[in-house]
Design a protein around this ligand. Structure first.
Ligand code: SF4
Ligand code: SF4
Ligand code: SF4
Length: 191
């Protein structure tokens, strides 16, 4: 997908692999990795970035990987995790795979920039969502709209690049606090 001139702030942030979260920005780290695990274990060797067949893993200023969803999505192939010799990625299960549902600490959100909110026909994001987390819903007034089922979102990012108005953004989500502990980001507790 061609990058338009006059790229807006949200899209520029995305290109840097950073999204707003609680008033600060943070990088989208590779699947099955967390900010903490990258910070503690990554040696900046670059193996995960070289292994990614989608070329969505780029190096931040410290040489550590972040995900760039501005062109395409994560397929959950696991090549990045297999390539990493450091303790950065969650270990594979007994069958050698890692579940998609545990890959990312984010889902996506849909803003009012969505063309459907102003009555312009567009279903590009829903067409790209294999998980069917984004669906056209006739019940949304006045002429239908896109409904997000956040529970079904894997965070793959496939809906982000096709959106002509950059209406879809990454949102990190919190898991409920355990008794006596502060809120923690999904999967962050693993690291
Ligand atoms: S799981 Fe595959 S597509 Fe996704 S970031 Fe890792 S190597 Fe790339
Ligand atoms: S392969 Fe592992 S250690 Fe190397 S850059 Fe990627 S996350 Fe860091
Ligand atoms: S990030 Fe992936 S699973 Fe989530 S809404 Fe977008 S395309 Fe669907």
């Amino acid at each position: 997908m061609a990058r338009a001139e006059g790229t807006d702030l949200g899209r520029r942030s995305l290109l840097m692999g950073r999204v707003a979260e609680a008033g600060r920005s943070r990088a989208v780290r590779p699947p099955w990795a967390t900010e903490a695990s990258v910070s503690a274990g990554c040696t900046s060797c670059g193996a995960c970035m070289e292994a990614c067949p989608e070329a969505i893993l780029l190096a931040d200023p410290d040489g550590q990987p972040f995900v760039d969803f501005s062109e395409t999505a994560c397929t959950f192939c696991g090549a990045c995790a297999v390539a990493c010799e450091a303790d950065v990625f969650a270990p594979a299960g007994p069958d050698g795979t890692r579940p998609q549902s545990e890959a990312f600490a984010h889902v996506v959100t849909l803003s009012n920039a969505c063309l459907m909110t102003s009555g312009v026909e567009c279903r590009l994001c829903a067409d790209h969502c294999d998980a069917r987390a984004l669906r056209f819903d006739y019940a949304i007034r006045p002429a239908g709209g896109i409904r997000l089922e956040a529970e079904a979102c894997t965070g793959c990012g496939a809906c982000i690049a096709p959106c002509p108005t950059s209406a879809i953004e990454v949102r990190f989500q919190h898991v409920p606090a355990r008794a006596g502990q502060p809120d923690t980001l999904k999967h962050e507790a693993r690291a």
